[in-house]
Design a protein around this ligand. Structure first.
Ligand code: PEP
Ligand code: MN
Length: 346
């Protein structure tokens, strides 16, 4: 932290600040310039810089280090590649996770799972515990839903990503889920973040709808500080003044996160735009921008879906999109798993 003193700051004010810094275990380096005295404070503690900004004689305060340590790029400069039961996230391959918004039945998971697997997806998504904005909307099938998605995933050779909303659901997660999703609404549920941090189940952490990227990385830090370093970040759109789309997809999050953090970042274009015909363009853009994966809602009968049908792709739309994504991935030096048909041809 660097504290720049005002030109007219008195020695007494400067000494007072040095004393406060030392009491907080900082090593203080004082340099007296022609106009300003500058105090360089070196230490591991995270302080609220406003506590110093408000002190008499202080002109400005700058934080030099980032408040997140384990999530920062400096912690692992080469980046992190997670190996989740053989599926590598953060490497050359752009990993596609696809499936319904909410689990409705075993048959539904089976039909969708078979299709997305054949098109090249590695992970099936589907919520059993749904964080619905209205308490009167369908809340998910709970444990029965998890059993259904697990069964379909095992049948088709897919991993399962599914959301939990409270730590009491961790036992079910251990049994049925390969990647625990923390939804946008729970990104700052700190007890839940600590709870998943105490497991060794990989975590997909979605950006809160009004969270800065720094907030997102601090949420990841909560998980990692408990010992679970297997975190995938997810950009899913943020709230802005625009009303044409459900949220505004902040694709600049991808290069920014790649610079600030070693953790992989994937993109959920479905919840970002909220309208089926806008999902494919944003999915293509996310791959072009360097996303490490995509989370896409797909349904065999979107018009009858219990939740988010309007933003769910039809099965054929998903297959067509996957073909386009492969071309884009190749253009930016990445790969996307081939369809079973293409793999046979080789
Ligand atoms: C979801 O992916 O099912 C979901 C509810 O998304 P979000 O938390 O991003 O709104
Ligand atoms: Mn949804």
């Amino acid at each position: 932290m660097v504290i720049v003193m005002k030109q007219e700051a008195t020695d007494k004010q400067i000494e007072g600040i040095i004393k406060k810094l030392v009491s907080q275990d900082f090593d203080v380096h004082r340099s007296t310039g022609v106009e300003h005295t500058i105090l360089g404070a070196v230490g591991a503690q995270v302080v609220d810089i406003r506590d110093y900004e408000v002190l008499d004689g202080v002109k400005e305060v700058h934080r030099i280090t980032v408040p997140y340590k384990l999530a920062s790029r400096a912690f692992r400069p080469d980046g992190t590649v997670l190996d989740i039961r053989g599926v590598k996230v953060g490497g050359d391959e752009v990993v596609i996770m696809a499936g319904p918004c909410t689990i409705e039945s075993y048959e539904q998971c089976d039909v969708i799972g078979e299709h997305v697997k054949a098109a090249g997806a590695k992970v099936i998504r589907g919520g059993a515990f749904k964080p619905r904005t209205s308490p009167y909307s369908f809340q998910g099938l709970g444990a029965e839903g998890l059993k259904a998605i697990r069964k379909a995933a095992d049948k088709h050779g897919l991993l399962v990503v599914s959301e939990i909303m409270e730590s009491s659901q961790l036992d079910l997660a251990e049994e049925y889920i390969d990647i625990i999703q923390i939804g946008a609404r729970n990104m700052q549920n700190y007890p839940l973040l600590r709870g998943v941090g105490r497991t060794q189940i990989p975590v997909l952490l979605k950006r809160g709808m009004s969270a800065t990227l720094s907030d997102l990385l601090l949420a990841a830090e909560y998980v990692m500080s408990e010992g679970n370093h297997q975190v995938i970040l997810c950009e899913r759109g943020i709230r802005t003044f625009e009303t044409q789309t459900r949220n505004t997809l902040d694709l600049s999050a991808i290069p920014v996160i790649h610079q600030l953090s070693h953790l992989p970042i994937i993109v959920d274009p479905s919840h970002a735009v909220g309208i089926r015909d806008k999902v494919a363009p944003m999915a293509r853009a996310a791959v072009a921008a360097g996303g490490d994966g995509l989370l896409i809602e797909v349904h065999h009968e979107p018009d009858k879906a219990a939740c988010d049908g309007a933003q769910s792709l039809y099965l054929q739309q998903f297959t067509d999109l996957m073909k386009e994504l492969r071309t884009i991935a190749a253009a930016v030096g990445r790969t996307i798993a081939e369809t079973e048909e293409e793999a046979v041809k080789v």
